[in-house]
Ligand binder design. Structure first.
Ligand code: BGC
Length: 737
């Protein structure tokens, strides 16, 4: 039976539940004062109830805690995922983390965080299990789309803005997964061995460092081991004298990934793991705090003061964001997603939908157009002028509506790919696929033929003779859950090929249609070896854009939105160009040594003088930009530098440019040849207009990490490169520091 709820009730519920205006953020000392006062009044049973989850089949959320009503502590609700509230209805399917990264826009990253926070709050979720901050160590890494790619600086900016945005609504962010959670195969026990502190801090911890600077209240420790010791009991990772708490200054609480407690309660509690989720044993591990923590308290191997500290940190996060007043209880229940107890309060708002569409368009990367920069007489390439087109073909299974009720983990791998699978998936309830959006835009202005079955002959027949053929292709990946295999892939992708023979489909269509325009929906780099084909007149890499996939791509294809997205990774033809691999088959949990150290993605490619097909930071526009008037100077106050230049729109229409700053360190520093250290969004620059841009780089971002010394700014001559991608440097200069 479904309960019918009138739209007015939903609207009122929505207004009531999402109102974050009343909340006041506290400082950490204020929050700890309140937390300690509460802890002092709690019984041991009450404390243990807050430390451990209520069990996978008892929680209303993917994880929750026991309430202490007499002290005003509700059951704390923790919920996935990083691209929208999971396992409930009435929510927005936001663009993924990797697409947020593709915007190279702090403004949009933050706005996305705010909108996510509003929806989580509206659903009564205290803790948003995100942002995902796992570095894309290898392009096939199954969950890389949940976070922001291989570059630590870009991921750091994403971490900072997303955390600020989420927590500005009074919802706690839970950055995950600490640390070195970089492949799905063997994730429950592999050891990621990071050879030196410098690699660990500059690459893997740096995004967490930025999230901590944004006031982050919680962190999830990972399933994997780090340097042989399990993350959730690893003193170096989570201990009071470890990296997160001592070096990064993190004050909040740490929760286990679900079932990531592989050792004894004593080991985990004494190492500093504050909360265990989901609280019971879930096949892969877990359930060590219950009843293990009572035993450990009884035999003295864990002290009362340790337990008090764990509870205090959890409650401090809660008080820091004022969650004790006005925070709604959960109004959904993951145990019965469609059941009668699920109120399905609608938290999706027109503003969130509009923002999702904007981010999806802003993250679409124009890789190729034969007409880039020209305007009046476009007959081939992008943008498509619908007034000049009489016949349109829509091709590829990636264009059509996905199956939406296939699996709670979102393994809907038929139809368009808008998000990967696993706990990071979002809601497909309101998805608008490209096919529907194109049909609704074109209307009766042109005749449309579709072929969305993946039958190549059928596709060729549909494309032949049409004024334009849009071909949609994809590749997907996700989270390893037990032994789930999706289209032959177990979390991590098997290779860089497009799924469903997408490459052959593109080539077959291009063989018969001289105006073939390809849209790639993918979770990460894919091999695009056909990109130079003369009949392929446009290519857009659209990533995993969320529910507004169709409308957002229509705006880009037909010129309503001038593309400005940038690749947050390089696209090379082969995996060998990336210098790392995924460890698949083994007899037991492997040790994976991160011997590449700082050399991921473009940093590795530069080191072997490899030029990828499409470089990091690359993305075209329907207009063109010129750069001039470069200068670089030291800033007097903070030991940083400031780079100034002018961007001029030298083309025919308004557009947004993303200038990027790469640094070349003095050779003695031992850094990769060029590293991203700044970018800016030069928003909506009119045709013919110019704008002065200045990009500041603070002392820490000029520094390298030295063991025992921390961040040290090297002495010597730095080269400063300003460009439209790492391979399109327009201005450069040097500065001696
Ligand atoms: C994932 C986490 C997720 C948790 C709860 C785990 O399997 O690794 O990222 O937050 O499940 O769903």
């Amino acid at each position: 039976m479904k309960i019918a709820i009138s739209p007015t009730v939903l609207l009122l519920a929505n207004l009531f539940f999402s109102d974050a205006s009343a909340f006041v953020e506290r400082t950490w000392p204020e929050a700890f004062t309140l937390a300690d006062r509460t802890v002092a009044q709690m019984t041991t049973a009450e404390k243990l109830g807050v430390i451990r989850g209520r069990g996978q089949f008892n929680s209303r959320c993917v994880g929750d805690t026991n309430a202490v009503p007499r002290l005003g502590i509700p059951s704390i609700c923790l919920q996935d995922g990083p691209a929208g509230v999971r396992l409930t209805k009435g929510v927005t399917g936001f663009p993924t983390g990797i697409n947020a990264a593709s915007t190279f826009s702090r403004r949009l990253m933050k706005a996305r965080g705010v909108a996510l926070g509003e929806e989580f709050r509206g659903k009564g979720v205290n803790v948003h299990l995100g942002p995902g901050l796992d570095i894309m160590r290898n392009p096939k890494m199954g969950r890389a789309w949940e976070s922001a790619g291989p570059d630590p600086y870009l991921t750091g900016e994403f971490a900072y803005e997303t955390t600020l945005g989420i927590q500005s609504t009074g919802v706690q962010a839970c950055a995950k997964h600490a640390i070195a959670n970089n492949q799905e195969h063997w994730r429950y026990g592999l050891s990621a061995d990071i050879p030196d502190e410098r690699t660990s801090r500059e690459i893997y911890w740096y995004p967490f460092e930025r999230a901590v600077e944004a006031g982050l209240t919680s962190v999830m420790c990972a399933y994997n081991r780090v340097n042989q010791t399990s993350s959730c009991r690893n003193e170096d990772v989570i201990g009071n004298t470890g990296i997160l708490r001592k070096d990064l200054g993190f004050k909040g609480w740490i929760v286990s990934d679900w079932g990531a407690t592989h050792d004894s309660a004593t080991d985990h509690a004494n190492a500093g793991m504050d909360m265990e989720q989901p609280g019971d044993w879930i096949l892969i591990g877990g359930g060590v705090y219950s009843p293990g923590l009572e035993w450990a308290l009884n035999d003295g191997s864990v002290t009362n003061s340790t337990v008090n500290q764990l509870v205090s940190r959890i409650l401090a996060g809660f008080y820091k964001l004022g969650q004790e007043t006005g925070f709604p209880p959960p109004n959904f229940n993951v145990q019965r997603a469609d059941g009668p107890l699920n109120l399905n309060v609608v938290v999706r708002t027109p503003a969130h939908v509009a923002l999702s569409k904007e981010i999806a368009s802003a993250s679409a990367v124009l890789l190729k157009t034969t007409t880039s920069g020209s305007s009046a007489t476009v007959t081939r390439g992008l943008p498509v002028d619908i007034a000049k087109v009489k016949t349109v073909a829509i091709i590829g299974q990636d264009a059509r509506m996905p199956k939406r009720d296939c699996d709670p983990m979102g393994k809907c791998n038929e139809g368009t790919m808008s998000v990967g699978w696993g706990s990071g998936t979002n809601s497909l309830e309101f998805i608008i696929p490209p096919e529907d959006a194109i049909k609704s835009f074109v209307g009766t202005k042109a005749a449309i033929t579709t072929s969305t079955t993946m039958d190549i002959n059928n596709a060729v027949n549909a494309a032949r003779g049409k004024d334009v053929a849009f071909v949609f292709v994809n590749a997907m990946s996700g989270e390893l859950l037990f032994y789930d295999v999706v289209h032959g892939n177990q979390g991590d992708r098997n290779d860089l090929a497009l799924w469903w023979k997408g490459g052959s489909l593109v080539e077959a269509v291009a063989a018969v249609n001289p105006n073939t325009i390809v849209v790639v929906h993918s979770v990460g780099p894919v091999s695009l070896t056909w990109s130079n084909h003369a009949n392929i007149t446009g290519i857009i890499y659209a990533g995993a854009p969320g529910e507004q996939t169709g409308p957002s791509i229509v705006d880009v294809l037909f010129g309503e939105y001038n593309p400005r997205g940038r690749l947050p990774f390089s696209i090379a033809d082969t995996e060998a160009a990336y210098g790392t691999s995924i460890v698949y088959g083994m007899d037991g949990f492997p040790t994976i040594t991160y011997s590449e150290k700082l050399l991921l993605d473009y940093r590795y490619m530069d080191s072997i003088n490899h030029t990828p097909r499409f470089p990091f930071g690359f993305g075209l526009s329907y207009t063109t930009f010129a750069y001039s008037a470069f200068s670089v100077a030291q800033t007097s106050s903070n030991g940083g530098i400031v780079i100034s230049f002018t961007v001029h729109n030298s083309g025919g229409r308004t557009g947004t440019e993303i200038p990027q700053v790469y640094l070349g360190y003095p050779a003695s520093a031992g850094e990769p040849k060029m590293v991203l250290r700044g970018f800016e969004e030069v928003l909506d620059l009119g045709a013919g207009a110019s704008r002065a841009v200045s990009i500041a780089i603070a002392r820490r971002e000029l520094s390298i990490f030295q063991s025992g010394k921390g961040w040290v700014r090297p002495t010597g001559t730095f080269t400063v490169y300003v460009g439209a991608s790492i391979k399109d440097i327009r201005l450069q200069g040097t500065i001696a520091l």
